[in-house]
Design a protein around this ligand. Structure first.
Ligand code: BG6
Length: 368
């Protein structure tokens, strides 16, 4: 059942081109951009939404952080992202015009389930982004977008995450279409870019060996940092989470702009730091990230830079370069996450850990 792979996780990483294609399949037709799988929210109700709150735990929370950048940009609806277990204990402000988006691969995470029950009691509308048909969270939601990744067995989420991103992009575009905040051709242009994602992901997988070789050289390392900006910031968080979960290495993700406000004190000789370069289209962010990389390199860090093809500006400050396909900034997390998954999987393997069943973790946590 592992199809010749050593781990379900590795198999699931390599299934991502297909998973992403399935998540997009049939969602785009002549009349409307998104087919929600089950909907008890009308277009009129969606037009009245004045706030979105995205909840989830772990990797699902990071998918939510990416979604915020896209959904706010495309729809101009204020969007908050919150850990499901923090959400209902802080007396959140919810009305019937609040759309709560609950992201959960399993659909059974108790923290997320309790949060949506609370949200519905407060009359908010709840939309689930979920991978498991008929699971509890979609059953208790007003609408659901299934991510169609297929069963995910490895405890650390991979194809679950990428397809959650796709579902959230589609939701954002659908809301933009229903509310008229983007023209049809603008939406179609993003959909075209999304349609290229399976091929982009496949290209990254085809050069997995480069990342594997790199990972194996870090088997004894004690700490790894991850830096990103904008939509690359949640990618940094997700990269760090994968390393914690699988390799039991101290790993932290930071927004690169925050570096000078504290984390730069951690930089020391030889410390590996992954840096997710924003695409060149984002000039200001791009330049700022180049200076952040210079700063940490000057202090002796080893810079492992994820950067799009053709971007040579950062080359001389990079100890290692991992090339990414050229994609729009908001969609970059779909590609930038993949090398970080490969890195964590291979490093944990090299360290002799059980990648599919990391210590102390469960695939879905059904207690609060
Ligand atoms: C954690 C898993 O317990 O639950 C994570 O270890 C996962 O990998 C998180 O991201 C949320 O799970 P779900 O099923 O709600 O997406």
């Amino acid at each position: 059942e592992k199809d010749g792979y050593d781990w379900f996780m590795r198999k699931e990483i390599f299934e991502q081109p297909r998973a992403v294609a399935d998540a997009l399949l049939g969602r785009h037709d002549g009349d409307g951009l998104l087919q929600l799988d089950e909907v008890r929210i009308s277009e009129d109700e969606l037009r009245e939404v004045d706030k979105i709150v995205i909840i989830g735990c772990g990797t699902a929370n990071y998918a939510g952080l990416v979604a915020k950048y896209a959904i706010e940009h495309w729809t101009r609806i204020p969007c908050e992202v919150e850990l499901a277990h923090e959400f209902r204990y802080r007396d959140p402000i919810l009305t019937r015009n609040t759309l709560v988006v609950a992201i959960s691969q399993s659909g059974e995470t108790a923290d997320t389930l309790m949060a949506i029950r609370y949200a519905r009691q407060q009359k908010a509308r709840v939309l689930a982004v979920c991978n498991t048909n008929g699971s509890t969270i979609p059953r208790e939601s007003d609408a659901v977008i299934y991510t169609h990744a297929g069963p995910e067995i490895g405890v650390a989420s991979t194809k679950g995450f990428l397809t959650q991103l796709i579902a959230c992009y589609l939701l954002g575009l659908y809301l933009a279409q229903v509310r008229g905040t983007k023209f049809g051709d603008e939406i179609a242009a993003v959909v075209d870019e999304l349609a290229k994602m399976p091929d982009h992901v496949q290209c990254l997988l085809d050069s997995a060996e480069q990342v594997y070789e790199l990972a194996r050289t870090y088997a004894g390392t004690r700490s790894v940092l991850f830096l990103g900006r904008h939509a690359g910031f949640p990618v940094a968080l997700e990269g760090a989470l994968k390393l914690k979960e699988l390799a039991y290495i101290h790993a932290e993700g930071f927004a690169a702009g925050e570096l000078k406000h504290g984390p730069i004190a951690l930089i020391e000789e030889g410390l590996p730091v992954f840096c997710v370069m924003p695409p060149r289209g984002r000039d200001q962010l791009h330049d700022k990230m180049v200076s952040a990389i210079q700063e940490i390199r000057a202090r002796g860090a080893r810079t492992l830079v994820l950067v799009e093809e053709g971007d040579e500006e950062v080359t001389r400050y990079a100890d290692e370069l991992i090339r990414l396909p050229v994609v729009p900034t908001l969609l970059q997390p779909v590609v930038a996450t993949v090398p970080l998954q490969l890195f964590a999987c291979e490093l944990a393997t090299a360290m002799g850990h059980d990648v599919d069943q990391p210590r102390n973790l469960a695939k879905s946590v059904t207690v609060e």
